[in-house]
Design a protein around this ligand. Sequence first.
Ligand code: TXE
Length: 521
Amino acid sequence: MVALAQTENDAAGFADRLIIHSPGSGEKLGEAPVMDAAEVQAAVARARAAQVAWGALSVKERCAALRAFRIKVVQNADALARAVSSENGKPLQEALTHDVLPFCDLMAYFEHRAPKILAPQAIHLHFMIQRRSYLHCVPRGVVGVIGPWNFPFSIPIGDAVMALFAGNATVIKPSEVTPLIALKAKQLWDETCRDEPRLHPDLIQIVTGRGLTGAAVCTSGVNQVMFTGSVPTGKKVAVACAERLIPCVLELGGINPAIVTADADVERTAHAILWGAFANSGQVCASISRVYVARPIAERLTQRVVELTASLQQGDPLNADTELGAMTFLPQIAIGQGILDDTIAQGGRVRCGGTPNGRFFPPTVLDNVEHGWRITRDESFSPLLAFISVDDTETAIRCANDSDKGLMAYVFCGDEEHGARIAERLEAGTTMVNNAIDSHGAPGTPWQGMKESGLGQVHSAQGLRDLCQVRHVQTRSWVPWLTKELWWYPYSPKVYGAFLQVMRVMWGGGPLDSFLRKVGK
Ligand code: TXE
């Protein structure tokens, strides 16, 4: 059993260093400096200087250059997965398939598509047809990325490369709980830069530290912030960005519902819920935490999930057949335990799992739970799964939407089309039908939260464009005999009357109005 000594990171402030221990073995893995505001500002200045040449390259050239980094990551995939697993405590296979692999897919996806996504876009003007309007994407400059500990590679480094595709430089503040993997990524970046002259080491800066270092990123002159973490910290980041009128993208977690209808395929649903609830020991913002299941199949489904849970291998994260590793973040165990105790006190029944053993939190299934209890409201970010039986789909939808969060939702249903209709009524950034948690791995789709789950989006064409200033240019063809527009000076009663007449004819409900609406003018 691992000693419960958290990394010596709990003290606030810029003082001392981060000392990192493996959640799985307790072994000391390394140290990282705690950087102060001046060091963060110096990093931003270096990034800004490197961005000038980078932003001047065509998108195609940037994509060609970034390919070298993707190849470098693939060449080092095993070492990276081992580093993620050691530092974060997740099983080795998850470190590879949830962190390193999706990152490579994200890069390959945007290498191919970014030139088209960021190409100038014409805007069709409905009346001023002698004019030409178009949007063009200009890099913002330096993007600050503030990362979490649950996906310590794929989230901060993935956000950073999105910013690079858009022509920006980045300053990454990794979580104080898992800073070493970001430093390893930086080392691979620097090595890539030696062989690819278009890449500059300073385009990626890593600033390690705790909350104050993160706060310093927001006030350091960056042009945008991408933040993943808790709701209270996300709000602080939003305020800091608002004071500087810079955009921020916030990804703040969820308390994600699954609705299971009576005609759902119990076997697939059970497997999906099992993985959706317990991958990364439930420390996933998209984890399934509350299941609203139709009463006729509730016991069959719960029992099947319990059986499958019993077969999961929990242990040393670095073993390739381990399915649940250790909890990453010490305070998370107490949060999960508190929600578990609360549920039991209210009458919830533990069907399997229960009390944590050191850093290892057993996958825990509860039923007899009622909507409204804390387990259905507060993010446990631990392997707790609650089953709530419901009489009809309308009740399930109402309960699912009765939450201050809205990141992900799930529907398990025998009829895909019916599932999609239910999905459309759920208040979530993404709803998956007959599937679980992995839509973050589809880089073409938006990752976004509603309500307190966040602001803006990452991934997708729009997510990439949002990392640019989208500027509008309007030109007008030269017509020698037209020296001025009709609405320029001088003003007169005659011109005023003419405009009134034009308005009546065009928009007043007459025949020309009908014709123009028909032809889409
Ligand atoms: O988050 P914080 P923590 C949830 C999970 C967990 C809780 C707390 O429920 O229990 O958040 O985790 C930096 N200005 N999620 O403490 O504080 C900080 O250094 C700028 C959900 O890790 O939000 C770290 O790099 N930055 C989440 C990052 O913000 C600041 C994933 C996140 O820290 C800052 C992880 C400040 N004032 C935990 N203060 C998800 N969305 O999936 C701290 N930071």
